[in-house]
Design a protein around this ligand. Sequence first.
Ligand SMILES: Nc1nc2c(ncn2[C@@H]2O[C@H](COP(=O)(O)OP(=O)(O)O)[C@@H](O)[C@H]2O)c(=O)[nH]1
Ligand SMILES: [Mg+2]
Length: 493
Amino acid sequence: MTAFHGKSDGHVLPVTHPKRPRSPSSYGLTRRLLRSLVALATLLVLAAFFVLSHEPPPPPDLSIPEDRLPPLYHDFRQRELNLPHYDAYENNSSIKYFWAAQHAHSSGWGNVMQDYVMMALLAHATGRSFVFDDYVWNANGSIYSDFDGKLTPSRIPLSALLGGLMVGGPMLPGDNTPRSVNKYFFERVCPNPTVVHVSDVNTYDMRFNELVPVSDVFNTWVDVISAIDDPCVMLDPTENQVFDNWVFGKKRRMLPFWPTISRSPVLTSWDWSALVHAAYKRNRHLFKRFPHPSSRFVTLLDNLGLSGSDTPSSVIEGLMAIHVRRGDFEGHCRNLAKWDADWHAWNSFPEFVDKFEKPRDATPDEVLNMYIEHCYPDIQQIVDRVRRVRQESRSKHNLNYLYIMTNAPVSWVEELKSALAEDAEKHRQKWKSVRSSKDLELTWAETFVSQGIDMFVAQRAEVIIGNGWSSLTSNAVMLRMTNGFPTDSMRFW
Ligand SMILES: Nc1nc2c(ncn2[C@@H]2O[C@H](COP(=O)(O)OP(=O)(O)O)[C@@H](O)[C@H]2O)c(=O)[nH]1
Ligand SMILES: [Mg+2]
């Protein structure tokens, strides 16, 4: 920089200053940049250290025992026999119990769950402790049973499937209903219970009259049980269920009961077992954007509370779950056509988008085809339906994960997965992931409660497509409705 400065032999001489430092602002910028870079590097080193210091969870034991004998869940059974409230209850004669010894068994979990829910509601409504038994597949005293050529446990302790108040967990604050107890505890404290015969209470009308709502039947039972002073009440084990299986398919009879059932803690506090939760957690990456369990990031996200909520009422955003019911439904769907059967009541809320209109003036073949399309759709029908529902949901839901809940054989499921993925790509709506029940990484113990894992997913997916005649679908829908999922997020084939 040049300036005029001083005089010399009469001339004003230009004076050149020694080089001045660069302007403070340009120097500051470099320094600031440097500082930021150092900070960033430190942060990166710290983050790397932080991530590396979080060990991934130890790999689970996913091995199958050499003898392939099913698990017997000894630890669950042991816990059920020693629940923390037993000591206090044993010494408290004011605790009342309700034991439905004729509870549903020897059928799929969906049907058994319906009955257990109703009996737990009755126990709760009469202020009695709900007495629970196993999920019994075979009541003949055997340890294992053959199911389609595969061994399965004849009994699974209920707490391997369920958690919360159904299996002895605490009641909600302010709810003084005694906690649930296992039937062995009941038998110990109630050696001579009052036995109620279902057939003495259930009149013909209560069972069969289409005009008698289930709410009336329920209230009759509440009155009958409430009138008994004996703390120990048991339903005769040789009799029918209080609510016959077919009643759950009668929407006119069931829907008036919804206000009662949906407000009961039996449903509002419904929860699955620790086993189901653990299996879900290990497989989260199948349902949403989440690292594989072998990644250190899983522990990090879990420890920082960044994994998202996985409670029974929290939504799995972006997930569409579809229930592709196979196996025995191949023949069953044909029978449903012959019987002119309706969808399950909880699949038939009037607010739902999809309704099953029974065919009228149709030939037997047309009727059969219609039942098959909705009950046992083939791969092309499934692909078309999934695309359509996804498109119809577009304005509200950004669905990009697809999960197929199914009991179909692996080879067929792989074919279905490819068809679904290809179709989505063709329509420029590529799924980020298309997975199925067969992709779950499960321990041997979890394998036999996988229906609970799938239901936990179905009750929380952003949108589901279910089978209207399936109790597994309808129980998931019931839980979604309880938890306030939008009615247009429950769709059907
Ligand atoms: N894991 C799993 N099991 C299923 C599925 N669908 C059916 N199953 C099996 O088949 C049984 C179906 O019986 P159920 O629960 O009574 O339902 P429903 O027969 O469809 O009314 C279940 O208990 C499961 O063992 C599914 O999507 N996932
Ligand atoms: Mg069934």
